[in-house]
Design a protein around this ligand. Sequence first.
Ligand SMILES: [Mg+2]
Length: 137
Amino acid sequence: MITKAIEKAFKKKEDKNWPCTYWAVDLHETVIEPNWSVEELPTTFYPLAKEVLQLLSKREDIILIMYTCSHPHEIEKYLVLFKGIDIHFNYVNENPMVINEKYGNYDKKPYFNVLIEDKAGFDPLEDWEKVLEMLKK
Ligand SMILES: [Mg+2]
């Protein structure tokens, strides 16, 4: 459950005195409704996805990582689209802030504390609201 993962990340941050937590966010079927078109970029957001991402972008203690299989030219378009509505991803498919350390090797799997991804069980129609409630606490 996404709220449990977020709670765990926030608790670890506090316990270990981390300056930030890292959130990997998938796009299609998570933030944006897919349109299955190769020409046209889908831009329909799920309810509250935009609001949550705007809140996350404002927080200095949250690093946002776009975690997507979009093509490079699509990623460029997404970054522009998001920037225009005050959503700022720090990185795309990588986390150069955490490199290999004692407890993990992040050569191929980027380090993150929270994963927002439909294939990991995130329900874009129900879970954005839960995340929003948590962030407002
Ligand atoms: Mg997806």
